[in-house]
Design a protein around this ligand. Structure first.
Ligand SMILES: NC(=O)c1ccc[n+]([C@@H]2O[C@H](COP(=O)([O-])OP(=O)(O)OC[C@H]3O[C@@H](n4cnc5c(N)ncnc54)[C@H](O)[C@@H]3O)[C@@H](O)[C@H]2O)c1
Length: 249
């Protein structure tokens, strides 16, 4: 994977950051896009300390021009785009009965339309190259319902559908498209939330989840993304990979 070029949306924090760090250790060149400029600059610093060639762009994937910019930066800087990790997402904790039309618009604009626009922007270069790999972040909760995240979970189901449609439409172009469905993964977001709510971070990390009886570390999701991004998965497309410690079985 050395010198291959990846765009990672939502690459400033959490799973996207873990993915960027893994890709950097593998010698890949990176364009990170994220709404959080502060986190983005910090992650960029970490990547440069690893010795990676990396660029950070601030903006929202809900904006098509931003998605196009990420792909253009990769092309202008390195002349190629091998991997897209469509990872950025917005969360809400509202039941359908309480959700406003505006909340739906925001959720759909980022998680579903923004993911699709990120893929749209990456496709022309991948098609020109005759090869490319996209990994879209869904969730174990695209299939397993739970309380109070119906808007988010509906978009994660949509991402599974999008993954399969893109895989069908672009297989002949040499572009593979797969989805990763993480189970509960403790990121800085969850740690900050636990602290804010007066809950113990140790207890959070020991949450009983799935068959393995614990949440994932972001690096464990990044390993699955790396596998699907690279040639080791060359005969896999349209696949939906649960990375959930056995939760969904
Ligand atoms: N952490 C989990 O337990 C879990 C479980 C299942 C699925 N996922 C999925 O994995 C992906 C990463 O989740 P995470 O837990 O690392 O989240 P996170 O909140 O830790 O990080 C998400 C990143 O995306 C950025 N972002 C948010 N909205 C954006 C936008 N409109 N444009 C660009 N960037 C934006 C944020 O600033 C942040 O840096 C998401 O798609 C999420 O739905 C996470």
């Amino acid at each position: 994977m050395k010198d291959r070029v990846a765009v990672i949306t939502g690459g400033a924090a959490g799973i996207g950051k873990a993915c960027a760090i893994r890709f950097a250790h593998e010698g890949m060149r990176l364009v990170l896009g994220d709404v959080s400029g502060d986190d983005g600059e910090k992650t960029l610093q970490t990547l440069r300390e690893i010795g990676a060639e990396a660029v950070f762009e601030e903006g929202s994937i809900a904006d098509e021009a931003f998605c196009q910019r990420l792909a253009r930066v990769a092309d202008e800087r390195w002349g190629r785009l091998d991997v897209l990790v469509a990872n950025a997402a917005h969360r809400s904790f509202t039941r359908v009965i309480d959700a406003s039309a505006e909340e739906w618009d925001q959720m759909l604009a980022v998680n579903l339309k923004g993911t699709a626009l990120s893929c749209k922007a990456a496709l022309p270069k991948m098609i020109e190259q005759g090869r490319g790999s996209m990994v879209l972040l869904s969730s174990v909760h695209h299939a397993a319902a739970r309380k109070e995240m119906p808007l988010y979970d509906a978009t994660k189901s949509g991402i599974v559908s999008l993954t399969k449609s893109l895989a069908v439409d672009h297989a002949a172009d040499g572009v593979r498209v797969n989805a990763v469905c993480p189970g509960f993964t403790v990121t800085d977001y969850h740690i900050r939330k636990a602290i804010h709510e007066g809950r113990s971070v140790d207890a959070l990390k020991q949450t009983q989840m799935g068959l393995l009886g614990r949440p994932a570390d972001p690096s464990e999701i990044a390993s699955a993304i790396y596998f699907l991004a690279g040639d080791e998965s060359s005969y896999i497309t349209g696949e939906v990979l649960m990375v959930d410690g056995g939760f969904s079985i």
